[in-house]
Design a protein around this ligand. Structure first.
Ligand code: SF4
Length: 363
């Protein structure tokens, strides 16, 4: 099985940028980016990141805002914050080098068993197993597992260790991931092209379309959020989310959850007062957008608002700033806020157009 997989990999393995290096830092960055994100999305982020922060000391010394900006759009921002923190730990404890033993790697923030296995096998050719989503699916089909993989993790880890090639673990783990990603796909597996077809229990029992079994997902709760784009002259108010909150470190337009019995417009006035300590009034509704997070979905209603009085203070956020519209792109924003940018820039352009035509009518 190892030989047939190796032959298949030589002919059909994916050519990915992080496979051209054995630099553990580059492989670590790619593994963390790939934790929740598709390969095609990761490639440009990985290339940009490696250009901007090519070594562990560069990452450790970078300001958090720069790290988050490089991650902007990839989601699950905790991953970027953990990479940053881990690089600082490596500077303090390992002279800026990446450790080679599993225990030390697993002690770093944001690195679980499969990420550690991916790094140690790819960078140092160590025989450490992996168990990402693709590998779970291949192994579950291989043994025709009659339970959802999430309920059988010890068994799947044991299998991953058993099949691993002790002589060429780097090549084997990469081949296994590629097999899951391109042949043993979640839907419509291409069993006719699979090097393990003869050994595959799911295929031999005709269960390759039904397995692996899945656990039904609970439906995601929905939240109604209102945000204020507060204008003061030519500046816009933004605030940085609290360290303890989801999406911590990112910037956003202030706002929050619409309470029962409250309109969206009333909500933004209240939220801005509570969060920033200033009084505002709503000028107009700008846009309503839908956005999905892993565990909930939101409807986000945005208002253009006018600053009235008070001094902006970070009462329920880390920092507040008044910025010019052109400066917004310098700050890392969550995806839902980014969806508002085109509406905001169109609205501002319209206002400028109206002012221009008014002034051209002046005698
Ligand atoms: S034979 Fe089909 S189901 Fe079995 S491992 Fe190969 S692709 Fe997956």
């Amino acid at each position: 099985m190892r030989e047939s997989l190796g032959r298949w990999y030589r002919a059909h393995g994916r050519d990915l940028p992080w496979r051209h290096t054995q630099d553990p830092y580059a492989i670590w960055v790619s593994e963390v980016m790939l934790q929740q994100t598709q390969v095609a999305t990761v490639i440009p982020y990985f290339q940009r990141w490696m250009q901007a922060l090519p070594r562990i000391p560069d990452l450790a010394a970078a300001p958090q805002q720069r790290v988050l900006k490089l991650w902007e759009g990839l989601g699950y921002y905790r991953r970027a914050l953990n990479l940053h923190k881990a690089a600082q730990i490596l500077m303090q404890e390992q002279q800026g080098t990446f450790p080679t033993d599993l225990e030390t790697v697993l002690a770093l923030p944001g690195i679980g068993r499969t990420t550690a296995g991916g790094i140690l096998s790819a960078a140092f050719n160590q025989p450490v197993p992996i168990l990402d989503g693709n590998v779970k699916r291949v192994l579950a089909r291989l043994v025709a597992l009659q339970h959802p993989p999430a309920q059988c993790l010890p068994l799947l880890w044991q299998l991953s260790e058993q099949v691993l090639d002790p002589v060429q673990p780097r090549r084997f783990n990469q081949a296994l991931m590629d097999l899951g990603a391109t042949v043993c796909r979640p839907k419509q597996p291409r069993c006719g092209e699979c090097p393990w077809q003869a050994e595959c229990s799911a295929y031999n029992r005709g269960q390759h379309h039904q397995l692996p079994m899945s656990v039904p997902r609970p439906s995601r709760p929905h939240k109604q959020i209102a945000v204020a784009i507060v204008l003061r002259g030519k500046e816009i108010l933004i605030d940085q989310r609290l360290e303890t909150s989801m999406l911590s470190g990112l910037w956003e337009f202030p706002g929050g959850k619409i309470e029962p019995g409250e309109t969206a417009a009333e909500c933004v006035v209240r939220e801005v007062k509570e969060e920033i300590g200033i009084d505002i009034e709503v000028v107009t509704e700008l846009a309503t957008i839908e956005h999905a997070y892993t565990h909930f979905t939101i409807t986000l209603i945005a208002f253009i608002c006018r600053y009235l009085s008070g001094e902006a203070r970070p009462l329920q956020c880390t920092e507040v700033r008044w910025v010019r519209p052109a400066e917004l792109s310098k700050f890392p924003f969550p995806g839902a806020n980014q969806k508002l940018f085109p509406y905001l820039h169109a609205w501002l352009a319209e206002q400028r157009g109206a002012l221009d035509s008014e002034s051209s009518r002046d005698p």
